[in-house]
Design a protein around this ligand. Structure first.
Ligand code: 13P
Ligand code: SF4
Length: 311
């Protein structure tokens, strides 16, 4: 194992060993650059359904890698570390779901940022890109929705349906939930012409002062439709790195507290080691994998066209 790993060494090794490299938009720029495909959760799931590669190296967090594995049960899916997880996904327990199901006679729509066991108990699946479309198309005026309470609130606002968040107050992403309007307004004072783009995982009061609400992939498209020169990117800081590379003539400002340390656990060195040793490998119970596959297929059928998160 070399001490210093250059991005080119990674590309070379991946090619030699037949790996497709998939990465989420929050990965460090060096990893985004060596990936064959970079996207949001929905794009990554779609890409995972289409690939012919026998081996996949996934750069993101565990629930995303599990989705890729569920869609590719016969393939080897490798990650740099198994401990890159999503605390929000782990916040919804089977007991909470059972309690909610007992109390309300309503279908359960699970956000893809959830564990495989949680998904096993769900009726519908959504990502941040299509949550509004999914809930709109669910044949019920009331839905249980979890684990993100902020996404639940956004979906309720857009669909007019009764969206019951589970586990409620404790279901949030620690990276997005604690951003404040004061942090955004401070940047707006300095850059009054800037447009504010937010991820739907931010709290309602921050969402209300945004020009645009959308998933990371939808944020990627937004500057094309806007004449603004400066954007305040209210999501994990890795997204702004991607936007800067895509739009070199625009300015993208970040909220510096918004770092997902789990996404940042992957680096050039542990990625190289994973390729070298073909592991650690993502292992998924077959029954759970089957359920996730069905949820993804149903989700894509339910949403003929992806919701564009415009306010
Ligand atoms: P996207 O699917 O919008 O990329 O979001 C994933 C995520 O983890 C947001 O925190
Ligand atoms: Fe989970 Fe938040 Fe990190 Fe996204 S940013 S992976 S929701 S902890």
């Amino acid at each position: 194992m070399p001490y210093v790993v250059e991005p080119e060494m990674l590309r070379q090794l991946a090619k030699e060993k037949g790996y497709l490299i998939m990465a989420h938009n929050y990965q460090i720029p060096e990893l985004q650059r060596i990936a064959d495909f970079v996207g949001d959760s929905l794009q990554l799931a779609r890409q995972a359904m289409e690939t012919n590669a026998e081996r996949i190296l996934f750069l993101g967090v565990d629930f995303m890698a599990e989705t890729v594995k569920a869609l590719n049960p016969e393939k080897k899916v490798v990650v740099p570390v198994l401990c890159a997880t999503c605390p929000m996904a782990n916040s919804l327990t089977e007991e909470e779901i059972a309690k909610a199901k007992e109390k309300y006679d309503a279908p359960f729509v699970v956000y893809v940022n959830s564990t495989a066991r949680t998904k096993f108990l769900a009726d519908y699946l959504c990502t941040s890109a299509n949550a509004v479309d999914v809930v709109r198309n669910v044949p019920s005026d009331t839905v249980l929705f979890g684990p993100d309470k902020n996404l639940a609130s956004y979906v309720a606002e857009k669909t007019g349906k009764r969206v019951i968040p589970i586990p409620g107050e404790l279901g949030y992403c620690h990276v997005h939930n604690f951003v404040t309007t004061a942090q955004v307004r401070k940047l707006l004072e300095k850059y009054p012409d800037a447009e504010v783009m937010v991820h739907p995982e931010v709290p309602e009061q921050v969402r209300k002062i945004a020009h645009f609400v959308g998933s990371t992939a939808q944020m990627e498209k937004y500057p094309m439709a806007s004449s603004a020169k400066t954007f305040i990117v209210v999501t994990e800081v890795g997204m702004a790195e991607k936007l800067r590379a895509l739009y070199p003539d625009r300015t993208f400002l970040t909220i510096d507290s918004m770092v997902c340390y789990n996404m940042k656990k992957n680096n050039l060195r542990n990625t190289y080691r994973a390729l070298l040793s073909d592991g650690p490998e993502v292992v998924l119970d077959e029954r759970l994998g089957e359920k996730i596959r069905k949820l993804v297929e149903d989700m894509l059928k339910l949403t003929a066209s992806t919701h564009v998160g415009k306010k």
